[in-house]
Design a protein around this ligand. Structure first.
Ligand SMILES: Cc1cc2nc3c(=O)[nH]c(=O)nc-3n(C[C@H](O)[C@H](O)[C@H](O)COP(=O)(O)O)c2cc1C
Length: 351
């Protein structure tokens, strides 16, 4: 394995073996208002949902996590089997490794073998800066073809990069390349944070490009600063272990980010709420406060490393919980779920 492959393997291992969540999960500060008499028959609820012009079985997307080292193929396959079964969206992790090493393509392209309505390709922002505009466009087309993607995601992960000893911290020119991709590619382009959230101001800047969506990837779930803390600690790199600890809770809470991004973009683009979604109740909260889909990463990672049965069982539970919320809020379909009433309790969440 080369350095990138080792790092990817470590990220998964560390996420599974340690508590890498931010100290607080901000979804706990949101309460949905119960409708004691919903005046509908649960069996007649329409659970289908549309995003990026694709129909999916629930407003749920498995966020991009892995690919690029041997064991990732099985994880992506388990995720793909479950995504096919429930007809939900599925992202893969950064495809850089496969662009650099042909052998690794199959660790991503395995998802192509399954009938999934929404497949999302993925590349990290520092990589597109390093490649530049023209090379990135060519590689993006290759990554889309690799998994037969319906959407192309650019992952913003500068928190992780700045903590990592080997991090790539040049962000200059990124927005121009994002803009170029969003105009030139045949599939919708989205920008995706990976645990630190997107602000109102950035959403405004991004909405001047032709992107079709933003995955806010906010604070409240997996902290990449925490993951990098453990990676550095393992090799006794005290400087970076300390940085990982200091920035453990850095970022904009996911619910705050959803509200800010929807205010800034005024319904012109789709919003995905990833970051700290632990169950179907959190996922439903995300839709109710303004997201078009909820994204899950860590919650589904462990089952995906165990097997397809475990992955299916976890997704089944999450979807059942979303459906329970739809009934308990009197929502006949996912559009009505968006209009359910909610409130903020507690004093941790800023809005
Ligand atoms: C092990 C691991 C690897 C990840 N790799 C990627 C990646 O390659 N690209 C990406 O856009 N996000 C990546 N993410 C971030 C997730 O997509 C998601 O934004 C983040 O984990 C927050 O969601 P969660 O709280 O449900 O885990 C990764 C997350 C984990 C846990």
């Amino acid at each position: 394995m080369n350095q990138t492959e080792i790092r990817k393997d470590e990220h998964i291992k560390i996420s599974l073996e340690n508590d890498v969540s931010s100290d607080y999960n901000y979804w706990d500060d949101i309460k949905i208002i119960h409708n004691a008499l919903p005046e509908l028959n649960k069996d007649e609820i329409n659970y289908k949902h549309k995003i990026f012009k694709k129909e999916i079985g629930a407003p749920l997307i498995i966020a991009g996590m892995t690919g690029g080292y041997t064991k990732a193929e099985k994880i992506n396959e388990n995720l793909a089997i479950a995504a096919e079964k429930f007809q939900i969206g599925l992202g893969v992790g950064s495809q850089r490794a496969a662009i650099e090493k042909n052998d690794l393509k199959k660790t991503y392209s395995v998802v192509k073998n399954y009938d999934i309505p929404l497949r999302i390709a993925n590349i990290g922002v520092s990589q597109i800066v390093e490649w530049g505009k023209d090379k990135t466009l060519d590689f993006a087309k290759e990554m889309i073809e690799m998994i037969d993607a319906h959407v192309f995601a650019i992952c913003l992960n500068f928190l992780q990069e700045v903590i990592q000893a080997e991090g790539e911290t040049n962000a200059k020119g990124a927005i121009e390349i994002i803009s170029h991709l969003s105009s030139e590619l045949d599939v919708p382009v989205i920008v995706k944070e990976s645990g630190a959230g997107i602000s109102y101001e950035l959403a405004e800047r991004l909405s001047k490009t032709n992107i079709a969506g933003i995955d806010v990837g906010g604070l409240g779930g997996t902290s990449f600063s925490a993951i990098e803390h453990y990676r550095a600690k393992k090799i006794k790199d005290e400087l970076h272990a300390r940085g990982g600890k200091t920035f453990w809770n850095w970022g904009i809470p996911t619910p705050t980010s959803v509200v800010e991004v929807s205010d800034a973009t005024e319904g012109k683009i789709e919003i995905i709420a990833t970051g700290g979604i632990r169950n179907g109740l959190d996922a439903a909260k995300a839709i109710i406060i303004g997201a078009d889909a909820a994204g899950i990463a860590k919650t589904i990672l462990k089952p995906a490393t165990e097997g397809k049965k475990e992955t299916i069982a976890e997704l089944e539970a999450i979807i059942k919980e979303i459906r329970a919320v739809m009934f308990l809020t009197g929502s006949k379909n996912t559009s009505e779920l968006k209009n359910a009433n909610w409130t903020v309790i507690g004093d941790r969440l800023w809005m």
